[in-house]
Design a protein around this ligand. Structure first.
Ligand SMILES: [Ca+2]
Ligand SMILES: [Ca+2]
Ligand SMILES: [Ca+2]
Ligand SMILES: [Ca+2]
Length: 291
């Protein structure tokens, strides 16, 4: 499990599983990992190592013999025949919680072999259970402990109901007096009232304007890739940083984009002659001759 793989920015959680058995009998037929009832194919991306069969309520019966009770999950089929050990990965927009799995091999000699997460130590049963003995009533308990390495009560980590958290994007706008493309913090002033076009997932497209601190920020953005473009530059001002900066907003994270601008020296003179006084008044440090 990791949230540090940005391959699919809108799906920040990468789930990787390995399943093996000794290979006696038959190879793996299919494996189901529990997800919440509202999980759909829109909540999964970048599956490798297995084929996606279906996402639905899987029921006990001949297709899933000896499964403790019905459960909603992602059913995976091996890609190719004869596999007894598989590792597969996918990305999801759902945070990890503890849950269950069920696997079945291809029947051989009239015998089905199945595997699911289950334990019975000293009469205490944990894992994939059917407490009320009615597999139509789904009452399997799962730990509510936070996600961690290893296992809790013989459960695996799996995608939850919860969508990913919002993320934050902060634009910082400064006057790049020494033109080095970096903010010399505390020395180079922040600039208010500069406009940016911010474009992102789900056709997000908004104009943001920097405040008195030279900052424009939103804290409720869907994670994903955003493009930030400075627009409506005043005449004669140039960027000292790239425009159209691409930034990845992550769930619960704060992503920053710095934009430096500076008036072109030649333009300063023109502005000075033609009414750019407000722009110039605080800019004596340039050595530009005042009108
Ligand atoms: Ca469960
Ligand atoms: Ca039940
Ligand atoms: Ca369980
Ligand atoms: Ca600078």
């Amino acid at each position: 499990m990791t949230n540090e793989d940005d391959s699919y920015p809108e799906y920040p959680w990468k789930y990787t599983y390995t399943f093996s058995h000794d290979g006696d009998g038959a190879a793996l037929s299919h494996l189901v990992i529990e997800v919440s009832d509202n999980f759909t194919t829109d909540d999964i991306a970048g599956l490798t190592g297995m084929g996606l069969d279906s996402i639905k309520l899987h029921k006990t019966g001949s297709g899933n013999p000896n499964m403790p009770e019905n459960f909603y999950g992602i059913k995976f089929n091996p890609v190719g025949d004869g596999q007894t050990s598989l590792t597969w990965s996918f990305y999801s927009n759902r945070v990890p919680v503890w849950g269950d799995f069920f696997a079945k091999d291809g029947k051989t000699g009239g015998v089905n072999n199945v595997a699911y997460n289950y334990n019975n130590t000293d009469g205490v049963e944990t894992g994939f259970l059917d407490p009320n003995g009615n597999n139509d009533v789904r009452d399997d308990p799962d730990p509510t402990a936070p996600p961690s390495s290893g296992s809790v009560d013989y459960h695996i980590l799996r995608p939850d109901t919860q969508q990913l958290l919002d993320g934050s994007l902060r634009i910082i706008k400064f006057r790049d007096d020494d033109r080095d493309g970096q903010e010399n913090y505390g020395v180079e002033p922040r600039l208010e009232g500069w406009m940016f076009l911010v474009e992102g997932p789900d056709n997000y497209s908004e104009t943001w304007t920097t405040d008195a601190d030279g900052v424009a920020e939103r804290t409720d953005l869907a994670p994903g890739e955003y493009t930030v473009t400075e627009i409506n530059l005043p005449d004669g001002w140039v960027l000292t940083t790239d425009n159209g900066l691409v930034r990845v907003v992550t769930a619960g994270g704060v992503t920053e984009a710095y934009f430096g601008n500076i008036p072109e020296p030649g333009t300063l003179l023109v502005l000075a002659a033609g009414g750019g006084l407000a722009l110039l008044r605080r800019r004596r440090g340039y050595g530009v001759r005042r009108p």
